[in-house]
Design a protein around this ligand. Structure first.
Ligand code: SAH
Length: 266
């Protein structure tokens, strides 16, 4: 396999902020040093993959673990910069651990942006977006993505809809369709810029539902005969979209190793 082959990635992958290039050195911050040295027990000479969302993925070697942190030397680029399909996830935050779950799964399932929205029946007023960003970084490191989706600040659904880009279809997971016999995707659904919208545990209000269905960009999504929890609905909707319109088809510039095999154990 040649050195730039996508099947030869490192098992340990870390997201860093700075630029990446051959011969450069990277000093890891304390939390990543701790993770590498004490949790994973890696020593100088160990190899790790590095990515920053811009420069592709690079192989690096640990030089030393100093007081300031672990110092790594960058060796070579092992994968080009990947990108997720143009898919956003809009969801109404639920309880903390379930919201973390939604963000993690959105990264694994290849969402490009994650937008928490406040709806009529959302019972969350504040959201620690820094914590959600940290979850997104961890998920990207773990799942092989070389990008980290943007996590937007919590915003009212109405405001987002008022400024909605007309060409971006909204795949609305509407619980009223449960058991209706409606198709999963309506016939007018097409590929192209998309967003999946999932409501809170209390569902959408009648006003929200009416407003949404009146928008030309909205494509109602039927997630089957049972009422799903919000986090299940988010996972199901993202997976369905990826399988139908996204990068599960194998011909995209996504991030999965193209050779399959070794990396599947996590
Ligand atoms: N309490 C509401 C259900 C809310 S479920 C009720 O009893 O009606 C939370 C969110 O998951 C919903 O707003 C919707 O976006 C999504 N959802 C759950 N089940 C669904 C289904 N079968 N089809 C489409 N969307 C669904």
């Amino acid at each position: 396999m040649n050195g730039a082959g996508r099947g030869e990635r490192e098992k340990i992958r870390l997201h860093v902020e700075g630029a990446l290039g051959a011969g450069q050195e990277v000093l890891l911050p304390r939390d990543q040093t701790h993770y590498l040295a004490h949790v994973l027990r890696r020593r100088p000479g160990s190899r790790v993959g590095l990515f920053n969302g811009r420069d592709g993925e690079w192989r690096a070697e640990m030089v030393e673990i100093g007081r300031a942190g672990a110092r790594l030397r960058i060796l070579e680029r092992i994968a080009p910069q990947g990108a997720p399909p143009d898919l956003w996830l809009l969801f109404a935050p639920v309880k903390k651990t379930r919201t973390d779950f939604i963000v993690e799964k959105a990264v694994e399932l290849g969402a490009a942006r994650v937008l928490p929205v406040r709806t009529r029946f959302t019972n969350t007023e504040r959201l620690k977006s820094e914590r959600l960003r940290a979850r997104a970084v961890e998920a990207a490191e773990q799942c092989g993505a070389s990008w980290v989706p943007e996590i937007a600040e919590l915003a009212p659904l109405g405001a987002l809809l008022a400024a909605w880009p007309a060409e971006r279809q909204i795949f609305l997971a509407d619980e009223r369709l449960a058991g209706s016999g409606a198709p999963v995707f309506p016939p007018e659904a097409t590929a192209g810029p998309a967003a999946v919208l999932v409501g809170p545990e209390g569902g959408f209000s009648d006003e929200e539902r009416a407003r949404l269905h009146a928008l030309p960009a909205v494509r109602p999504l039927n997630l089957g005969p049972r009422i799903l929890r919000a986090e299940t609905a988010a996972v199901a909707a993202l997976a369905l979209w990826q399988a139908r319109f996204g990068d599960w088809q194998g011909d995209s510039a996504g991030d999965a190793p193209s050779t399959g095999g070794e990396e599947g154990e996590r």
